[in-house]
Design a protein. Structure first.
Ligand SMILES: Cc1cc2nc3c(=O)[nH]c(=O)nc-3n(C[C@H](O)[C@H](O)[C@H](O)COP(=O)(O)O)c2cc1C
Length: 183
């Protein structure tokens, strides 16, 4: 897929050493848009974009109800934006081994600890002791740890370095053929 080659060329291989912060947009139960930052932790050979999130958080609940989402990445050095629209699948506690465990082990002690904190988005009633700072890689991932991956059905690439700007789109329904569109 041409867009995958383009993204890798611009962003490099995603890894624990080179995580990328992206914006994830979802739709809530009332049909309103919601967006937040997430770390992209892995890109599958099929172009799936992997991130992790607490099963109790709003985004996971929203995605369980409606799995359409968009991920937007801004690469400041390249001055390029990628937008990935598609559906999101979640791997929770029932998914043993595989990528979920691999990502868990590659995460930092500080990132793993978040999944042992009190439920996100609920009133802050506990003292600091309820929020561990580190959890080592030997600890099994708790049920709150979910790995999610977006499988794109439409990708857009905007390059600001050229004049005029270059905007390309690829759609699965179009056989992933490149479409040059106005920026
Ligand atoms: C730089 C940065 C990276 C973040 N990465 C993640 C992440 O990988 N996963 C995650 O669930 N939240 C991440 N967050 C926190 C989310 O942006 C958000 O505040 C939190 O997940 C709650 O969102 P929700 O209520 O929409 O689920 C990150 C925040 C920042 C500022």
């Amino acid at each position: 897929m041409e867009w995958l080659i383009e993204f890798r060329r611009s962003a490099g291989e995603l890894s624990s050493a080179k995580p990328l912060v992206a914006t994830l947009a979802t739709v809530d139960a009332g049909g309103s848009p919601r967006a937040r930052s997430v770390v992209l932790r892995h890109m599958g050979g099929d172009g799936s974009l992997w991130f992790v999130s607490d099963a109790r958080s709003d985004k996971n609940v929203q995605l369980a109800e409606r799995n359409e989402a968009e991920i937007v990445v801004w690469l400041p050095e390249a001055r390029e934006q990628f937008r990935f629209f598609g559906t999101v699948d979640r791997l929770g506690a029932a998914a043993t081994g595989g990528v979920r465990l691999e990502i868990w082990r590659q995460m930092s002690d500080a990132s793993r600890a978040l999944f042992f904190w009190p439920a996100p988005g609920t009133p802050r009633t506990q003292g600091d002791a309820a929020f561990p700072a580190t959890v080592d890689a030997a600890t099994a991932p708790p049920g709150t740890f979910e790995t999610l991956f977006l499988e794109p059905t439409q990708v857009e690439h905007l390059r600001l370095l050229t004049h005029p700007h270059q905007r390309r789109r690829w759609r699965i329904e179009n056989g992933w053929e490149r479409e040059e569109i106005n920026p």
